[in-house]
Design a protein around this ligand. Structure first.
Ligand SMILES: [Zn+2]
Ligand SMILES: [Zn+2]
Length: 328
């Protein structure tokens, strides 16, 4: 469907985003990845979280990885046996780490790294840095709500890492299984995208919203699946670089740079789902060849709220200005 034929004024807002299409694999530090090892200088301290919060109980990373492997094998074969079910229960148990206070530094875990050479749409980093790295604290326990996530961004010149770190420190336990990303290789694809209707000029945004509402009513009446601007025609699901942020769980909120007040641009989106289950509009075409029960909408195994995503914003005038984050 050519959305610009329906709404010609949208043409002026057409943008581009690069879907990263993570797939389970064995990335090393020399390639872009979600959940893969980061290219890190051996002599640079690994970032830690020292924000006060409970960190003495949680899940073991090895248990999380083992249960994912077990589940994948079981479903590829048939379903988990009773014996496997018992093992899964055991692996899903939380453990206590003795003698850990609420401010002891815990190592952050790697979320993603993106080289500019792999994703031409990636904005330049400060001082021409070519490698973007994102980590986070593996506990949902930060900020004023005490439930927030705490992402952390690093930029580096990849050619200046002479002695790379081989085994980064790992937290003994993590607050939730979805904080640990499965190692995925990326298959970047540039696609056309349009802004969230809520961030368009009011007249155009209202026209689009009205069209979407009419479609949804029609869908409910006829039990038909109709595409809408919001779900299918504007902002793709999944991990991606650049383009427009979606505001599907909150209203549009202007993200301005804290250093210079410039309206910020979307740098990277880490999304827990690669496509939406109901319509499947953003499902990669390759997936049609996969048996339905084996299609994996969540190859990274990340959980960000409920079906949620993390948006990282950058200042367009000075890449060295602090990043801002938004969860949807
Ligand atoms: Zn933390
Ligand atoms: Zn700025």
């Amino acid at each position: 469907m050519h959305v610009e034929k329906l709404f010609p004024k949208l043409g002026a807002f057409r943008g581009e985003t690069t879907r990263l299409h993570p797939r389970p694999g064995r990335p090393d530090a020399s390639v872009s990845s979600v959940g893969g090892p980061l290219l890190w200088p051996a002599d640079e301290p690994w970032p830690v979280c020292t924000e006060p919060h409970k960190r003495s109980r949680g899940y073991r990373v090895a248990d999380i990885r083992r249960s994912r492997r077990l589940l994948a094998d079981a479903w590829a074969r048939d379903r988990p046996t009773a014996e496997e079910g018992a093992l899964l229960t055991e692996l899903g148990r939380r453990h206590r780490v003795p003698d850990v206070t609420d401010t002891d530094p815990i190592p952050l875990v790697a979320l993603a790294q993106v080289y500019r050479r792999d994703v031409p749409g990636l904005l330049p980093g400060p001082d021409g840095c070519d490698l973007l790295q994102v980590l986070w604290c593996p506990f949902e326990a930060h900020g004023p709500t005490r439930y927030g996530l705490a992402p952390h961004v690093r930029w580096r010149h990849s050619d200046q890492v002479s002695v790379p770190l081989h085994a980064p420190p790992q937290p003994t336990v993590v607050g939730f299984g979805g904080s640990v990303a499965e190692p995925c290789v990326l298959h970047p694809e540039q696609v056309v995208t349009y802004p969230d209707a809520g961030s368009l000029p009011a007249r155009l945004g209202k026209k689009i919203d009205a069209w979407d509402e009419a479609r949804e009513l029609e869908e409910a009446e006829h039990h038909d699946e109709l595409v809408t601007y919001q779900h299918d025609l504007s902002i793709p699901h999944g991990c991606r670089v650049g383009g427009f942020p979606s505001w599907h769980t909150t209203d549009f909120y202007p993200m301005n740079c804290e250093a210079c007040a410039a309206p910020m641009v979307l740098l990277l989106t880490v999304h827990s789902r690669e496509w939406d289950g109901a319509h499947g509009s953003w499902m990669p075409t390759e997936e049609w060849d996969v048996a339905e029960h084996l299609r994996d909408r969540c190859p990274t195994k990340l959980e960000i709220g409920r079906d949620g995503l993390l948006n990282i914003f950058a200042c367009p005038t000075e890449p060295g200005h602090p990043h801002r984050y938004n969860m949807q």
